[in-house]
Design a protein around this ligand. Structure first.
Ligand code: HSE
Length: 420
């Protein structure tokens, strides 16, 4: 049998943190037959690791190049990225993307374009960096109904929270480090406000439950208002604060989606997911629980995920969305009562409570933190109000809520807001 020598050319659009990561992993494995055919960037003046002659500034040179086998779209501008994906798919090309915002917000159209023109789009690198999440949900759990999928989906906010727990340092300096290390988005508010995790959650919903949901419809809070008091309280309860995204099948056949900071107790699989790592617990109806953990951000881990997609696509792999074909699932925020921690500046928190009129279970002596009971639907209704008043919101799981004794709250230190 004659074996043909493998030779494939990748057209790279974008040479930021992920683009450079893909370049490095491909370059380190040249003997496998891969070649970066051309690289398109926008900024002519930016200093880069390759000479200026290595780049083109005209995206059409990549999109129209017939010698390119596969396009890797790795830019951060969502509008331009969507234009590139549309054009590539309309031409029936094979393209991979790491752009979670674009995929999450436009998935129905992107699926339709593939069906209509025969092109292929893979986007494993858009969810949890190096962890093969979508491949697992598609290929392994394509038939089995899932009870719940929950996890830490954003490396930057996990890095910041880990730093706050370990060192009680400042939020801003932890964020600056996450940016320096190449974990954060070009616009880091996407990370800390929970939007990036939300985008990943919506993408997972399509593969895990066959649910197409727009991010605007989903309850989400971030960690931008977390203060030392909340970290101290979580620690006193033997917990770490984590930003958790979850998808859960409800008794009525819906899927409850949310992204919420959560007090995770010691012993929970998510407790030991630290720094830029991500972790995902998948619970199948028959398989039970499985846990995936790996680097969720960073140049080489994400570059490796893009490369895995490139290699899979060239060998004929495509998403089949098995659950999309069979599922009637609709989205909900959920209506089970949650125990919620609200933390903020005492006066502003009091203003919020006046409007919410909740039944308060506990309050710290300095009145900067309260624990109360709310449904996710109520939280979603008041999402704007809470964010506007700079209130940090965290869910307290039932097993932790049972442990809360007033003495713990009385001991909660009154550290002035703004100290972060
Ligand atoms: N900014 C993202 C994160 C990069 O911190 O998780 C990986 O998607």
């Amino acid at each position: 049998m004659k074996i043909q020598k493998f030779k494939k050319r990748i057209g790279l659009i974008g040479f930021g943190c992920v683009g450079q990561g893909l370049y490095d992993v491909v370059d380190a494995n040249r003997h496998l037959g891969w070649e970066i055919g051309s690289i398109c960037v926008k900024d002519k003046d930016k200093s880069r690791s390759l000479p200026a002659s290595a780049f083109t500034y005209d995206v059409q040179e990549v999109l129209q190049d017939q010698s390119i086998d596969i396009i890797a779209e790795l830019i951060s501008d969502p509008k331009e990225a969507l234009g590139i994906l549309r054009q590539a798919l309309q031409q029936g090309k094979t393209v991979v993307s790491a752009n979670k915002k674009v995929v999450a917000e436009n998935l129905p159209e992107l699926i339709q374009l593939q069906q209509r023109h025969g092109g292929v789009l893979l986007y494993e690198a858009s969810v949890c960096g190096s962890i093969p999440v979508l491949r697992t949900l598609e290929a392994y759990y394509g038939s089995e109904p899932l009870v719940e999928v929950r996890g830490i989906l954003n490396g930057s906010s996990n890095y910041i929270l880990s730093k706050l727990h370990a060192e009680r340092g400042s939020f801003q300096s932890a964020l600056a480090q996450a940016q320096e290390l190449g974990f954060a988005e070009a616009d880091p508010s996407l990370d800390v406000e929970g939007t990036d995790a939300l985008h990943k959650l919506c993408i997972m919903a399509a593969h895990a439950y066959g649910l197409l949901v727009h991010p605007d419809e989903v309850l989400h809070f971030g960690i931008q208002h977390v203060a030392t008091e909340a970290v101290e309280l979580a620690t006193a309860l033997n917990c770490r604060i984590k930003l958790v995204g979850s998808l859960k099948a409800t008794a009525t056949g819906q899927v409850a989606l949310q992204v919420l900071p959560t007090l995770i107790p010691e012993g929970d699989a998510l407790y030991d997911v630290e720094a830029e790592f991500n972790g995902l617990e998948i619970e199948g109806q028959f398989a039970g629980k499985q846990f995936l953990k790996g680097r969720g951000a960073g140049s080489h881990p994400t570059g490796s995920a893009v490369w895995a997609d490139v290699a899979a696509a060239v060998r004929g792999y495509r998403y089949t969305y098995p659950k999309l074909c069979t599922s009637q699932a609709t989205a909900t925020s959920g209506d089970e009562q949650l125990t919620i921690l609200l933390q903020g500046e005492a006066k502003r928190l009091a203003q919020v409570l006046e409007q919410l009129q909740p039944a308060i279970q506990h309050q710290t002596p300095d009145q900067s933190q309260v624990i109360l009971s709310l449904t996710p639907q109520e939280l979603r209704l008041h999402q704007g109000l809470l964010k506007q008043h700079g209130i940090f919101v965290a869910a307290i799981p039932a097993r932790v809520a049972l442990d809360i004794v007033p003495e713990v709250l009385d001991r909660a230190e009154a550290i002035p807001i703004g100290s972060l």
